[in-house]
Ligand binder design. Structure first.
Ligand code: GLY
Ligand code: MN
Ligand code: MN
Length: 441
């Protein structure tokens, strides 16, 4: 009896195989091989960073941690997976393929990482996606990473199949559990490291399995956009907490941010409420046909109103927006595509592959396209008190319009980011993250 998983996955692979067939035929290839990758040791060391399979492979096969596998597409044929199960007493060999996904694919087990190589010696018109150092002779005889094919496959990935939507939804449910546990740990005064461990325990995944390094930031650390440490020492006073952390579901990522504050900081409490309402208004605008650059600008317009209402900037919203003051408080982009990569592919090209760079004023905006149904995006406006940027603002001609005593009062709280994962549809957007949190209430 097929499960929901197996049906969704089989349809996903069928749809992607048809897209691959079309692309191969149009570009003059007979076959495509997608390699999963191989762990690489650090220089002069026998240790390697945590391994994750190449994303073009993960977007086809739910094996995000399988090394030395090869996925073979031939026009008109069922895809074949060369599944590497090396004989190894140092490591646990990969588990046997599970029926729910393996039934959709032809599987050839090999015990040698390049056990498949001899099969392609005389193959003509062969494209390969992978790292040249991992492909042996194929890197020379085949066409390696042809840009037009890479673009076509990446473009297909911008519109999620039902299987991918389900994975993204579940990755949100899993991460929401972790966020709740982390919030409770923050409220008990835990150190960043202990909050991180509480998150992992609740999610049931180790850091190496997560789609990106969790950002676990107490107090002023929240002003560091990609704060990379997790202090083992609890601060004397934990005033605020920003968590940006996701989870993995069969290779698909969630990417969620929340900000919490203790009850005694009324101004920061009010700011978080305002940011939450602002973020929800933006989520509602993730509509098919909208240009993400315009949505990013809308976020700045919204923030200008908030800075004015909060009394942080004593200028009319339109004037402070025109003066570029919001950029000192919100220096990153509104969001990005999400999928098998946390910053998923083709955010800055148009459907034909031509670059669509971000505006000069918004160099960190990762998504510059017009949205279509099936896109999954993050919506992550922020408001930060970043000393480096605020010093520049203070020194500028606009510095006199800022309430610096209020800034000083808020500075120890670092900043706010609220980030949801949203599916664009033909009608109303679907907010996977809010649904996940609501399901736990
Ligand atoms: N977690 C990284 C980001 O939000 O883009
Ligand atoms: Mn993000
Ligand atoms: Mn994030």
């Amino acid at each position: 009896m097929p499960t929901t998983n197996s049906l969704l996955y089989a349809r996903h692979l069928e749809q992607r195989s048809q897209q691959v067939d079309q692309a191969l035929s149009q570009l003059g290839f007979d076959a495509l091989l997608i390699h999963s990758g191989r762990p690489h040791k650090r220089l002069f060391d026998d240790q390697h960073p945590p391994f994750r399979a190449h994303a073009p492979f993960v977007a086809m096969v739910p094996l995000p941690f399988a090394a030395d596998c090869l996925l073979e597409f031939r026009v008109g044929r069922c895809p074949r997976l060369w599944f590497c199960q090396p004989e190894d007493f140092w490591h646990l060999p990969p588990a046997q393929p599970e029926d729910w996904w393996a039934d959709a694919i032809e599987i050839e087990a090999v015990d040698d990482p390049e056990g498949w190589a001899h099969c392609f010696d005389s193959q003509r018109a062969l494209a390969v996606i992978g790292d040249s150092s991992e492909l042996g002779g194929l890197a020379v005889t085949a066409t390696l990473n042809p840009p037009a094919l890479l673009h076509r496959l990446a473009e297909d990935r911008t519109v999620k199949t039902a299987w991918e939507r389900d994975c993204l939804h579940r990755a949100n449910e899993r991460a929401a559990q972790g966020h709740q546990a982390a919030a409770a740990a923050f409220e008990s005064g835990a150190a960043e490291l202990d909050i991180h461990l509480a998150y992992l325990a609740a999610v049931g995944q180790d850091q190496d399995e997560l789609p990106y390094a969790s950002i676990v930031a107490l107090n002023e650390h929240a002003a560091v956009l990609h704060y990379q440490h997790r202090s083992a020492k609890a601060p004397t006073l934990s005033q605020s907490f920003l968590l940006d952390a996701g989870s993995d579901q069969h290779g698909y990522a969630s990417d969620i941010s929340r900000t919490w504050v203790g009850p005694n900081h009324a101004e920061f409490v009010a700011l978080i409420h305002e940011m939450d309402a602002l973020q929800l208004r933006l989520c509602d605008q993730m509509q098919s046909g909208c240009c993400f650059v315009d949505l990013h600008r809308q976020a700045h317009r919204e923030l200008a109103g908030l800075l004015h209402r909060a009394g942080l900037v004593r200028m009319e919203p339109a004037d402070l927006l025109a003066a570029g003051i919001t950029c000192y408080f919100f220096p990153h982009g509104l969001g990005h595509f999400l999928g098998a990569q946390v910053h998923d592919v083709n955010g800055q090209v148009d459907p034909s592959g031509d670059p669509v760079p971000p505006p000069d004023t918004d160099p960190f905006l990762r998504l510059t396209r017009r949205l279509v149904a099936g896109n999954v995006v993050t919506v992550e406006p922020g408001l930060y008190f970043i000393p480096m940027l605020l010093e520049r603002l203070r020194a500028s001609s606009h510095g006199r319009h800022i309430d610096w005593s209020l800034v000083d009062h808020l500075m120890p709280c670092g900043g706010i980011r609220i980030e949801d994962n949203v599916l664009v549809t033909e009608s109303e957007p679907i907010n996977f993250t809010r649904q996940a949190f609501a399901g736990q209430a």
